[in-house]
Ligand binder design. Structure first.
Ligand code: ADP
Ligand code: MG
Ligand code: MG
Length: 431
């Protein structure tokens, strides 16, 4: 279900009726490399000089990145940071039809969603396959991977809370009028039922009004908070006033473990992704895994300086072959084709954008259900591999892939937001 905390109306999340085919080899490559990306982005988050240098242009040209950077600085940078990081990450891929490789769209380090609803959709597809099997027909369950995204996310958050001394409650930071609350509540319920930890939901405005620091400990409505899990705070509209920024800073300055820390949030920037693709950069962070990891890199271009001039020429010669990306999360922010051309022609300082090769996945015919209505449409799919990550001090305690999500969108739509109404929740049928 998706719905609103205050609206009181609910509808089921849009879903596909059956799983969509995805090559097993590409799925397995994506799954096998995803933990290396968790380690990489955590490594980046710990490198003050690299973050500072890489994000310089974005901080200058983009107020949102600048405000996040300000929280990082004012909470003491690396020194002010907890000596641990807990992450529920999702590395997203589209199948590149020409090469057959899964090419990475991005790695999400903040507010990753659909671990719960995605797991339910996988289970529903398995159930329907068994239900509709003819007598004597053998259902190929091996082609429909079991999806443990919900338990993986819940377990790693609980492990992070325990690593900090099992203090107080977990705070889940959410948006007012949250539409995706059922995905979130399943996680809270799982954490309580499996680990006995209470979760409290709070908006940034509520944290600003009712949160405080007591000897470094974050308190909310009188309870101590051991871990703060962000399901909001990733987009400018989550900060309508300076009060929300005060709340983010208060959280960051507290000794609660943050999932993610603002450093890890910043490490997930599109600009960092582009920088890592430059010759030798990934290699400097991940010398042993870099060759594997590069297999899933799409072409990425900086729009700074001389290099930028060359990239702009490339893109203007073939606007449909590229995607122009600002430093944003949550879908609906990228520019394609004509909009991309217009923005590049407008010129100015493009340091807050990156340019990316447009990935061209194969299309499918998909039976979708949205708001109770069945519709068959031509679609493209994006595979997300979840990752659970926990580092305490210098030791990586947990780093494993944890379930997957297929989001399937109308082939005519550039972007594919499930909650935004462009895409449906789906699961892969490995072939
Ligand atoms: P966000 O952080 O907002 O989710 P993404 O980089 O994932 O940003 O882009 C949003 C959506 O745009 C993706 O889910 C995908 O549908 C589409 N998209 C992004 N990059 C590409 C690309 N290189 N090729 C094709 N489609 C892309
Ligand atoms: Mg994202
Ligand atoms: Mg995305």
């Amino acid at each position: 279900m998706i719905g609103g905390d205050e609206a009181g109306t609910f509808t089921h999340a849009p879903v596909s009726c059956a799983p969509t085919t995805f090559p097993r080899s590409a799925y397995e490559l994506a799954e096998a490399t995803s933990p290396a990306f968790a380690e990489l982005y955590d490594g980046v988050s710990r490198d003050d000089g690299f973050l500072r240098e890489t994000l310089r242009g974005a901080i200058k040209n983009d107020a949102f990145t600048a405000a996040l950077w300000d929280v990082y600085e004012r909470s003491g940078g690396q020194e002010g940071r907890q000596k641990a990081e807990v992450g529920v990450l999702r590395s997203d891929y589209m199948l590149d039809a020409p090469s057959g490789l899964p090419l990475q769209v991005e790695v999400n380090t903040v507010s990753t969603s659909f671990m719960a609803l995605g797991s339910k959709v996988s289970a529903m597809h398995r159930h329907l396959a068994a239900w509709s099997a003819k007598p004597g027909e053998v259902v190929d369950f091996d082609a429909m991977p079991q999806n443990d995204a919900l338990s993986s996310a819940g377990d790693v958050l609980a492990a992070g809370w325990k690593a900090m001394g099992s203090k107080g409650k977990i705070m889940m930071v959410v948006q007012p009028n949250e539409r995706n609350m059922f995905d979130q509540r399943h996680i809270s319920h799982y954490i309580f039922e499996t680990h006995g930890i209470h979760t409290v939901r709070a908006t940034l405005a509520e944290v600003n009004a009712e949160g405080a620091l007591r000897d470094g400990t974050l308190t909310f409505r009188g309870d101590d908070i051991g871990l703060v899990y962000f399901r909001a705070g990733y987009t400018p509209s989550d900060y309508p006033t300076s009060g929300e920024w005060s709340a983010r800073l208060l959280i960051e300055q507290s000794n609660a473990l943050k999932s993610p820390s603002v450093a890890m949030h910043l490490a997930g920037s599109k600009k960092v992704q582009q920088k890592l693709a430059e010759a030798g950069v990934l290699e400097s962070f991940m010398p042993e895994r870099a060759a594997d990891m590069r297999r899933v890199f799409a072409d990425l271009y900086s729009l700074d300086g001389d290099e930028g001039t060359e990239a702009i020429k490339l893109a203007l010669a073939n606007p449909a072959g590229y995607v122009l990306k600002p430093q944003r999360e949550g879908g609906g922010n990228n520019l394609y084709s004509d909009d991309l051309r217009k923005r590049l022609e407008l010129g100015g300082d493009l340091g807050a954008f990156i340019l990316m090769q447009r990935i061209l996945p194969p299309s499918h015919q998909t039976l979708t259900v949205r708001a109770g209505k069945v519709l068959e449409i031509e679609t493209l799919s994006e595979l997300g591999i979840y990752g659970s990550y926990l580092r305490v001090g210098d030791e990586i305690v947990i780093n494993k892939h944890g379930g997957s999500l297929l989001r399937t969108k109308a082939a005519t739509s550039d972007e594919g937001g499930v909650a935004a109404g462009y895409a449906v929740l789906d699961s892969p049928l490995l072939v």
